[in-house]
Design a protein around this ligand. Sequence first.
Ligand code: AMP
Ligand code: ZN
Ligand code: FE
Ligand code: FE
Length: 282
Amino acid sequence: MIDLHLHSTCSDGSETPERVVELAAAAGCTSIALTDHDGLAGVAQARTRAESLGLGFVPGCEVSCAFSPGTMHVLAYFVEPGEGPLQAELERLRLDRSNRNARLLQRLRDLGLPVSFDEVEAAAGSSVIGRPHFASVLVANGAAANTQDAFDRLLAKGAPGYVPKARIDAATFIATAKGSGAVAVLAHPLSLGLGASGLDRVLEELSAAGLGGTECYYGRYSPEERARLAETARRHHLVATGGSDFHGSFKPDLSIGTGTGDLDVPDAALAELRARKPSTRP
Ligand code: AMP
Ligand code: ZN
Ligand code: FE
Ligand code: FE
């Protein structure tokens, strides 16, 4: 059993990178990938722990790409912290998030809502600050009934408090990942919100841009959905990968390795993914 989609405190998971690795080992995983959003800050710690526990480790990350009206997340595997085109892009995305957060705070205050940066920071704790933390402060201060209400009336796209973040185009992201020696994989393809033919079209387009795989064995997908996605991946000559999308206690229904209980990502997926690694010149 392997798990190629895991989040830690370095993005929006509840467990430290070391702890994520320990939980993976305890769950019986033989190899894992850490895939925090927009960054590689957990890679060094996770790798050290994985080595000490004899677990295979792949450094990775997950990025939100431009797509509408659904959501497109793309994973990049075999990307090392340090210098490189993908690493620079991740830095740019993080900087944009922090600028967006400052503008979002100002926007909410202009709307007369009770929210301060200190409260948002406290709500985020060790996580990267995002809209869910603004939502929880708005709820705590009585400006919204619950998180969903905060999003619906204030924070969601189209609502008065919505301030967009930079989004990278998927083809550009895939090319940038390749330039850093990484392999790009479309994450949880059903969040695109497309039917079978729409998904085919997107996979064709992204394959032409150099996509290496698509996530089929996903924590929240049914056995039927997984099988259908694996068949789609085969048709597009893409590696059928998978993972739980573990976020610790923040998504308590998702366990490392097993997802909602019946996930079992085939070990072969990792070997196939590794075979797609582009050769990078020094
Ligand atoms: P951010 O990256 O800071 O823009 O926040 C994105 C996160 O906000 C997502 O991962 C979701 O957890 C949450 N989110 C986005 N849109 C909605 C929505 N319409 N309703 C509830 N939660 C949302
Ligand atoms: Zn996440
Ligand atoms: Fe995702
Ligand atoms: Fe994820």
